[in-house]
Design a protein around this ligand. Structure first.
Ligand code: UD1
Length: 430
């Protein structure tokens, strides 16, 4: 029996067996953006009319969010990447912990529930593998819009006072440009009475996507994508047909997969402006890029070490920090990677070290001395993006690796191994 097969048969937890020394070629197809689709699904609660979403990725996080909507009385049908949502009979304003546990995005329902029904009871999402991830800014924003909020025993109980149960427009300045807080406040303010504004708003493409969907439903939002968003409240929103943007983090992961395996590859569909910070860093480390309207072709040269600091959009995304670190482990020279968004997002370092990477960590900074090649090992991804990083590292390593952490991976990458295999990888799921 080959060595890899004998190791695989001994690991009982689900894992990917990834053959190293891989060269990718052709084109990798990018699915719809997970982080957009999740918030757009929550936004469907804002109307009694039917909403149709196209390009919804087939992911476990999407399934969980779908189940949450079903519990609230929403009718939902999904065929591949198309989803029909009918929230006309929305009745439930209380979400049980068992259902929302593990899906932070479930907290997105609080804004629409308050705006449409005037009440919501949702467990606090709590921290996760990468950090504490508070929701104080969401709560502060909702309070500014007139909601009464009580947080007790880990549950947020929110209601809108008055007979009309309508939130009131407010001027809100966020302490930090939180993506989730911006989206929560946006969804609450669209049906509020009067004018609202969000300053120091998150500028991420997913916020812009939400704003576009809401405007297609009849909302009056301007400025999304910039630091100040203004909203004129309307009384009703209507249904619409809307296509989710391509997933910039999946696209970025594929570009880094090409770079780490020194492969010529195309990635599509993409909105290249959503990837500018990554594209600049890929050029800086030696890759040649051909940017088309909806696709990017990458031709990696000799990869050299460069420095990365994660920042809110348009800066380098924290969600690509782990995959980029995997790339830097085999770059020529030294690179310094600083994580500025989450306090606990360096867990992949220990796994990369087990594959022979030379990395020193001090606080949230990693100093990486590139080595010629990693060596295969059984590795475990502790969160979504670090599991993806382990897959990329394994593709480039010498030998066959076993990557555990598929419960994380399947949350955010649709058919990852099938897509990579179609471009020349050899990955088997056990
Ligand atoms: C979203 C993304 C996630 C991405 C992150 C940052 C979704 C479903 N998830 O998460 O993939 O990694 O943006 O790009 O869209 N913070 C506070 N107080 C708050 C809220 C946030 O201090 O009330 C801090 C967080 O602890 C974190 C930083 O702000 O350090 C960014 O968090 P935020 O932008 O809110 O991330 P999420 O919306 O949770």
């Amino acid at each position: 029996m080959p060595i890899a097969a004998s190791i695989s048969s001994k690991i009982s937890t689900p894992h990917l067996e990834v053959q190293g020394d891989c060269i990718l070629s052709g084109e990798l197809k990018v699915s719809g953006a997970k982080n957009s689709a999740l918030v757009l699904m929550a936004a469907s609660l804002l109307t009694e009319e039917k909403l149709q979403l196209q390009n919804v990725p087939e992911l476990t996080d999407i399934d969980v969010m779908g189940n949450i909507l079903l519990t609230m009385g929403v009718k939902l049908k999904q065929w591949k990447d198309e989803m029909h949502i009918d929230a006309s009979e929305l009745h439930h304003v209380e979400l049980p912990y068992e259902l929302v546990h593990g899906l932070r995005a479930s907290f997105f329902c609080i804004g629409p529930l308050l705006a449409r029904l005037g009440q919501a009871k949702i467990p606090l999402p709590g921290g996760c593998e990468i950090g504490a991830r508070p929701v104080l800014e969401h709560i502060r924003g909702l309070k500014a819009l007139g909601a009464f909020i009580n947080v007790e025993h880990g549950v947020v109980t929110a209601s809108v006072p008055g007979t009309q149960k309508r939130l009131k427009g407010a001027e809100i300045v966020l302490d930090c440009p939180s993506v989730g807080a911006t989206e929560t406040i946006l969804m609450a303010a669209v049906l509020a009475e009067g004018h609202s504004s969000i300053e120091n708003a998150a500028q991420e493409p997913e916020v812009q996507d939400l704003s576009k969907l809401l405007n297609s439903m009849g909302a009056k939002i301007s400025g999304a994508g910039g630091p100040k968003i203004t909203i004129e409240g309307v009384k009703h929103l209507h249904g619409c047909d809307y296509k989710v943007i391509p997933d910039r983090i999946e696209a970025g992961t594929f570009l880094i997969a090409a770079a780490i395996t020194r492969s010529n590859l195309s990635v599509a569909p993409v909105i290249p402006e959503h990837l500018n910070s990554l594209l600049q860093k890929l050029r800086d480390c030696g890759c040649t890029l051909e940017i088309n309207k909806e696709s990017i072709h990458i031709n990696p040269g000799e990869i050299k070490g460069i420095d990365i600091t994660t920042q809110p959009f348009p800066g380098f995304p924290t969600d690509l920090q782990a995959p980029f670190m995997a790339l830097m482990t085999t770059a020529k020279g030294t690179s310094v990677i600083t994580e500025k968004i989450y306090e606990n997002r360096m867990k992949h370092v220990a796994e990369l070290q087990r594959m022979g990477a030379s990395i020193r960590v001090q606080g949230n900074t990693a100093v990486i001395e590139g080595v010629p090649q990693l060596s295969a090992a059984p590795v475990h991804g502790g969160d979504l993006r670090s599991t993806a990083a382990m897959v990329l590292a394994s593709l480039s390593a010498r030998g066959n690796s076993q990557v555990e952490g598929l419960n994380h991976l399947d949350r955010g990458y649709a058919s990852l191994e099938e897509k990579l295999n179609s471009a020349g990888a050899h990955i088997i799921r056990h």
